[in-house]
Design a protein around this ligand. Sequence first.
Ligand code: N7H
Length: 535
Amino acid sequence: MSSTPFNPSGRPYLERRAVVPTLLRRKAKGSRPDLPDLDSLQGDVYYMLPKKFERFLFFVIKDVATFWKDLDTYRPRTTSSAETARRIGMISENSSSVAFVSHGLAFSKAGLRTLGIMDDLQDPHFDAGSMRQEKDILGDKSTWNKVFDDANVHGVFVITAKTAIECQEEEGTVRSIFGASVSTFTSLDGRVRPGDGEHFGWRDGISQPAIKDLVSKVQPGQQIVDPGVIVMGYKGDAVFDNSSRVQRPAFTKDGSFMVFRKLEQDVLGFENYIDTNWSAIPAYYSNSDMLSDEERKELFGARIVGRFKTGAPLAKTPYKDDRSLLHPDKINDFNYKEGIDIDDPTLPPNCPFGAHIRKTAPRNLEPLVHQEYLNASMIIRAGIPYGPEISEAERTAWKPGDEQKVERGLLFVCYQSSIENGFFRQTTKFANNDYFPITDVIPRVHGPDPIIGGPKNSPNINSPVVITGEGEVSFKMVDQQSNKYVVHGFAQKVDTSAMAYEPQYFVTSRGGEYFFVPSINTLKDWCIDPPRKRS
Ligand code: N7H
């Protein structure tokens, strides 16, 4: 299967960005208290640092008093959103000659505790201590990398640059600044692939939520969210909006949560799966219109993701790739009402309900689900691929069923003010929930997300289940610890016409962590008056 058949690099830099910063700086600082302070908000959180290479440097603190001093030395390197917007503007004017090194910094719960910051940040996942505790519920069934499995990472430096050497040099600088206060550094490297796609060959980073007044233009169809969905302390932040709740500590304002996941992709397995199963796509899509074998293969893959590799959305073009849809004014201009035939709603929708982008962001489920609920689930995705390209030798040596010998995948990063509403909801309540998106008052099974979902744990049913037909059912089950459960559900006959192929999974989590991304003002306050002294 050929990869990266598109060339987004041929488009101007700003056209390839889903978030284009407003180029008009606010006149007076503080004149818009309803919007994040761009001089204080770290640059990756919403505008996403410009990058060709990225190094994540995970660290463990050994000497807290020295750490605060070292942090004070390092602090001016952290790149603000205002500076990021300026750099993006300069790159767009002269992409070949402008090179920037940018920095970000975030702390895990273990890191904050080590630094004497004991406050709850009012997020059940971050406050619980570590992503490691949620391995099972996130559906991770494989071995995690030791750095995450130990659940002892205190923080991460995020370094982005135009070259790998610059990232390496910056790591050297960080190590020399924190040499006396940090005991362990572990680095993970990502790089933008030739052609800009992720390893399965799809263009990524097309759909991101728009925060009005922080972007120069809201793209047609782009989901608009309140600033607080991504940045703490503003309208849209579920804690800030609910005055009857215990509020977050003041230092969280202009902060965000960063979720990091190392997601290994079995690219050759995925390609082989498509090569083996594409004939499930019929050759004719109308009485007279026919697809070539190559187009059927492309469509099979597109129905897994919800977009063709180029980015063209299935919701708009359900059979063939259409490059006229790649313009920024069109690429996001859909909401899944497209293609549903109101005279015959039993006809399949343009984009399968189970496609990755429809599972994670169903855009519109009115009247069954409030739009505010879906908007509150939005995240900024700022990940980057890792691992080498597939060599000819690797491709030739590979046989179906082989384990991948060279590791590659996605260093997934996302930002949100609530892990519960953002990453966690998208993973457990959307992607891994067979019934999501809800499309009817009667539950309909759409299966797990074919990209980030996975098979269910096999149930141990200890009483005979008698089903007489479609309708409500309840049965008893026990888990491996002999706890008893009653499961209530709705039995539906399996539509065998839809079972032409068995789903398989090609993304494996190798671990990750939840981090708090403090504002630049907070970093400064902490350095001037370290929290331990205050208590
Ligand atoms: Fe996904 N992929 O290449 O198949 N993702 N994703 N993702 N993802 C998207 O529309 C991919 C992952 C979302 O608003 C595209 O920008 C891969 C996680 C969301 O319409 C492609 C991996 C989570 C969207 C991929 C992976 C999400 C989205 C289309 C892991 C959340 C936007 C490009 C290896 C927990 C949907 C685009 C919208 C889009 C892929 C991971 C969420 C091509 C390979 C872990 C919200």
